[in-house]
Design a binder for this molecule. Structure first.
Ligand code: NAP
Length: 339
């Protein structure tokens, strides 16, 4: 691994590839030459490519920065992603070229945990289906067993991934809803030191144990070469009959055809999904209007407060890196140590 490029002070070239709030854009414009060009908009691709060829720094999210794009950015020294997940970036190439990668851990943790917990509640209690029943004028008598939901409190929650968001979910589940929590991660946490409030309520287990003992399984781990397609027919088959599956991480961790099969066979009760292998979800996707799926448009962190906080952290990261300082949140696998 080469050392991260040292970035000198002074006016440099920044490419903003996803809209930033005006206050953060103004901070960048005050010290650097800034081009705003969103490559998802066909009419902006040319400007994006021209700016990329000159850019010292990139800031944005939700667009794959491929090795081919990197090869067309000879001056690039830092990418500041407005996201915590870094699956849109070619980590090996960044490492090789000494390009610093920054992200936004922490500021979106609680909001994303709120979203995922709301998916657990909505799926278990059939909130979307029953609200639609009222909206569409079909509430003509008290509902019967055919429309009953499942309790959430007291059920066992299985978490695959137990980092910032996983632990925030565990606090909601264990402390708020009396749910025992099993988690799988490659390393077992020392709860007494890292999450004392969860001691005695949370247990580390193998993936197989989590899947076969939880009433609700939620994914909260990164997409990586190791986790791509992790949930397939075998894994859904290990889940308890009638269990609920939630994905708040990344779509490609799930083999979607296997999930559909597990739902259609009646093995699983339902699924709540915030993320998909292809986003936006294609109109002809069988996941979109499936009666046992609640599908959200990737809104884990999408509140006014949190999206602004993410933009602030990402802008700070970029300004610090371009000034030759150590940014607040460097992604550890590339930059060597995460703040
Ligand atoms: P984090 O603090 O880095 O936690 C990641 C957890 O996953 C850790 O417990 C880690 O433990 C575990 N993990 C990593 N690789 C694993 C593997 N191969 N097998 C099993 N466990 C593994 O990350 P976070 O901030 O909680 O975020 C988690 C992910 O959520 C992000 O990467 C992102 O993709 C997703 N996310 C989605 C949204 C949304 O809008 N839906 C919003 C924010 C984040 P070990 O290293 O010990 O295995």
């Amino acid at each position: 691994m080469s050392a991260p490029n040292v970035v000198g002070a002074g006016r440099q070239r920044v490419l903003v590839f996803r809209a930033l709030p005006p206050d953060q854009l103004a901070l960048l414009q005050a010290v650097h030459e800034v081009t705003v060009a969103d490559p998802r908009q066909p009419e902006q691709i040319e400007a994006f490519e021209a700016a990329l060829a000159q850019a010292d720094g990139l800031i944005g999210s939700s667009y794959p920065i491929t090795p081919a794009l990197l090869a067309r950015a000879p001056s690039l020294k830092v990418i500041s992603s407005i996201s915590v997940g870094v699956d849109n970036y070619p980590l090996a190439e960044l490492r090789q070229r000494g390009i610093l990668l920054c992200h936004t851990p922490g500021v979106l943790t609680e909001t994303t945990a709120d979203t995922i917990f709301s998916l657990i509640l909505a799926t278990s209690r059939r909130l979307v289906e029953l609200a639609n029943l009222v909206r569409e004028g079909h509430w003509r008598r008290s509902i019967g067993e055919d429309l009953f939901g499942r309790d959430v409190h007291g059920k066992t929650l299985g978490l695959v991934g137990f980092g910032r968001i996983g632990q925030a979910l565990a606090r909601r589940a264990a402390l708020g809803f009396g749910m025992p929590v099993l988690y799988h991660a490659r390393r077992e946490l020392d709860l007494s030191r890292q999450a004392p409030e969860l001691q005695g309520r949370v247990r580390h287990a193998s993936l197989e144990d989590v899947l076969s003992n939880a009433d609700v399984v939620a994914l909260v781990l990164p997409l990586s070469d190791e986790t791509r397609g992790l949930m397939g027919a075998r894994e859904f088959g290990l889940m308890k009959p009638g269990a609920i599956f939630i994905n708040g991480a990344r779509g490609a961790i799930v083999q979607e055809a296997a999930l559909l099969q597990a739902l259609d066979s009646g093995h699983l009760w339902g699924a709540g999904l915030d993320v998909f292998a292809t986003e936006p979800l294609p109109l002809d996707s069988p996941l979109r209007a499936h009666p046992r799926i609640i599908a959200l448009p990737h809104i884990g962190s999408a509140t006014f407060e949190t999206r602004h906080a993410m933009a602030v952290l990402a802008t700070d990261n970029l300004l610090q890196a371009l000034a030759g300082e150590r940014p607040e949140a460097v992604y550890s696998d590339v930059g060597g140590g995460e703040a």
